[in-house]
Write a protein that binds this ligand. Structure first.
Ligand code: C2O
Ligand code: CU
Length: 518
């Protein structure tokens, strides 16, 4: 497996808000790779953002690339990961952004903190798994286990002695920084007998939520307070999938142990938490609708009220026709995925370079503001074509525009929850619901007071999600579902935000060295 500095998960990056970090990535692997700083805004600097063939070409084996990461607006937990093919399965780590020097958490100072990285474990080379799936057109193999900090835990027969343990002192409060680095499943997570208090998400603060479980999608991060206020003993923390889908998924449970220090005789088996069933979409929704920004004087909300650019995007799993039913997907076709019925084709030269140097023929600025036609998206779709267009279609947006995007899940192919992720921006989640978006009634339900500000959020299965942000970060920014197989299949697009009128509102020039495209 490909790793960073020989560890899985990879090394943690710790900074203070306001810091700039430089990371020199040396590729000692066998194939090209790129690294992305997930959830970092990278003001005016898409050159260091990392998605392969979107903002750079891969770093060739045996060479290095210096990336600059500016932590200007985020505070809390984020993560970094590889952004080439499926390498992010093993190439990822947490980023911890402490409050700026002289400022403090908006919650009581915890006694200590720990990081919980949830990830996928494949028996086999992940690159071979996705290559094989692409060769046949079928579903890639599901993972064989989930891990917490690199260990699957006691419910698998391979890691009993090395299950991750968090030692705690009775009466103390800890902050857990949870990262979902899983490839293809949203996760439920909880700790037996302990209440979780969610205080932050995607490096922005929330009004505290007390809960027995969280639902966290791939790409999301959460800061959770846990007080060690139970009987001296040992307790499982567990992660199990939320996968309300007919597609195959990994239906196993990863565990770690929260263990109290002291003299006591614990029961032979740690207590086990009760988590929602894998298909409990109500448990997932009930958690998601509780998320609200802190919206304090120190951490204000700035959600646009007047919208300049409104975009409606359908999110679908599709098929590409294979003659003589020669592929391994449904109906002998090839699996695909789309936004507004366009299955994104990754170009050979990165879009940022093509945009900056006006190279023709790399992308088309044709991503539409609405799907090609309206149908009962979440109802009976049996008469609707499953075949998308194939295109490298991007959306160009004026600097400073207030943008609203309504994501509409569809019942085509395999409907499920889609965690949509935006590079270059955090956005406000102002509304969500089941079924088809209703232009009249649904906007009345929007939260424009204290919506959560995140970089990734699930579009409910056969439902909709409305997000808003101000397009004040010029650059080339990938937008995609964070379920890795959907990204691979084309559930992606790119937002190009144009320059403003001043140097301070324009993209920075490229660094002296960018990996070359071949
Ligand atoms: Cu977590 Cu395009 O990334
Ligand atoms: Cu998806």
């Amino acid at each position: 497996m490909l790793t960073v500095n020989g560890s899985f998960p990879g090394p943690e990056i710790r900074v203070h808000k306001g810091d700039t970090a430089f990371v020199n990535v040396h590729n000692h692997g066998q194939y090209g790779v790129t690294i992305h700083w997930h959830g970092v805004r990278e003001p005016r600097n898409p050159w260091s953002d990392g998605p392969e063939n979107i903002t750079q070409c891969p770093i060739p084996p045996g060479t290095s690339f210096l990336q600059e990461i500016n932590f200007m607006t985020e505070e809390g937990t984020l993560w970094w990961h590889a952004h080439s093919d499926w390498t992010r399965a093993t190439v990822h780590g947490a980023i911890i952004i402490l409050p700026a020097i002289g400022t403090y958490y908006p919650y009581p100072c915890p006694h200590a903190e720990d990081t919980v990285v949830l990830a996928s474990w494949f028996k086999g080379d992940v690159m071979a798994i996705i290559q094989e799936a692409l060769a046949t057109g079928g579903d890639p193999n599901s993972s064989d286990a989930f891990t917490i900090n690199g260990q699957p835990g006691d419910l698998y027969n391979c890691s009993r002695n090395s299950t991750y343990r968090l030692m705690v002192d009775y009466g103390k409060t800890y902050v857990l920084r949870i990262v979902n680095a899983v490839m293809n499943e949203e996760m439920f997570f909880g700790i037996a007998n302990h209440t979780l208090t969610v205080v932050g998400m995607d490096a922005a603060y929330l009004k505290p939520i007390k809960t027995s479980y969280v639902m966290i999608t791939p790409g999301q991060t959460m800061d959770v307070l846990v007080t060690a206020d139970q009987e001296l003993s040992h307790y499982y923390m567990a992660g199990s999938p939320f996968a309300d889908t007919m597609a195959s998924f990994d239906n196993t449970t990863t565990t770690a142990i929260l263990q109290y220090r002291g003299n006591y005789t614990p029961p032979s088996l740690p207590f086990f938490p009760t988590l929602p069933a894998y298909n409990d979409k109500y448990a997932a929704m009930n958690f998601s609708v509780r998320l609200r920004s802190l919206a304090s004087r120190a951490h204000p909300v700035n959600v646009p009220k007047k919208i300049d650019k409104r975009i409606f995007i359908t999110v679908s799993v599709n098929q590409i026709y294979c003659p003589n039913a020669s592929c391994a997907g449904p109906n002998g076709n090839r699996l695909a995925a789309s936004l507004n019925n366009i299955s994104f084709q990754t170009p050979k030269i990165d879009i940022l370079e093509a945009y900056y140097w006006s190279l023709p023929g790399v992308y088309n600025a044709t991503f539409p503001d609405r799907p090609p036609y309206f149908f009962n998206f979440t109802g009976d779709v049996s008469n609707i074509s499953l075949y998308p267009c194939l295109d490298t279609a991007v959306k160009v947006i004026d600097y400073g525009a207030t943008v609203e995007i309504i994501f509409q899940g569809t019942n085509l192919g395999n409907p499920e929850n889609h965690p949509m992720h935006q590079h270059g921006y955090s956005f406000y989640v102002v509304g969500m619901g089941w079924g088809n978006f209703n232009n009249e009634t649904d906007p009345k339900t929007y939260n424009l007071v204290d919506p959560p500000q995140v970089n990734t959020f699930g579009v409910p299965k056969n439902g909709w999600l409305t997000i808003r942000f101000i397009a004040d970060n010029p650059g080339v920014w990938f937008q995609h579902c964070h379920l890795e197989r959907h990204t691979t299949w084309g559930m992606d697009t790119v937002l190009i935000v144009k320059n403003g009128h001043t140097a301070a509102t324009s993209m920075r020039p490229p660094p002296p060295y960018m990996p070359l495209c071949h």
